[in-house]
Design a protein around this ligand. Structure first.
Ligand code: DHK
Length: 152
């Protein structure tokens, strides 16, 4: 149920994150995408936010979702996964959405391969959280909640 009094926040997950839990568990851990969704639903309730989650392996679907979120959501928690490091079009879609956002990475990308050290999103993100595991999504919601509270 959508509550008109609660700000809507989109939690958007990019390619391969549907494989969480079984994908390279030594790197990404054993929590699943479902665990992420339950975590942000709980945190959202605690913060009084109306959280919607979406994951896609398709860049186009992620872009369409960002376009649809413009004007319907107040903020964004985004793990663009590998597209973080490569996608100009996703960056452009985030900018077009005009949503304040927190960039989240489950792993500490700066401790990993050099190609993961570059983000096409960080310079336009409100905050960047990396290496906190899936708790990073909950932290992202807290940061966004503070920011949106200040803007109300
Ligand atoms: C997830 C991915 O799928 C990688 O492509 C990124 C990110 C890191 C994460 O840590 O959540 O490089």
């Amino acid at each position: 149920m959508i509550d008109a009094d609660r700000l809507r926040v989109l939690v958007l997950n990019g390619p391969n994150l549907n494989m969480l839990g079984t994908r390279e568990p030594a790197i990404y851990g054993t929590h699943t995408l479902r665990d992420v969704e339950e975590l942000v639903a709980t945190k959202g309730r605690e913060l009084g936010l109306d959280v919607t989650c979406f994951q896609s392996n398709s860049e186009g679907e992620l872009i369409d979702t960002l376009h649809a979120a413009r004007g319907t959501h107040a903020g964004l928690v985004l793990n663009a996964a590998g597209l973080t490091h490569t996608s100009v079009v996703l960056r452009d879609a985030v900018a077009a959405s005009e949503l304040p956002f927190v960039e989240v990475h489950i792993t500490n990308v700066h401790k990993r391969e050099p190609f993961r050290h570059t983000s096409l999103l960080s310079d336009v993100a409100h905050a960047v959280i990396a290496g906190a595991g899936i708790r990073g999504y909950a932290f992202g919601l807290e940061v966004l909640s503070d920011l949106l509270g200040q803007r109300r």
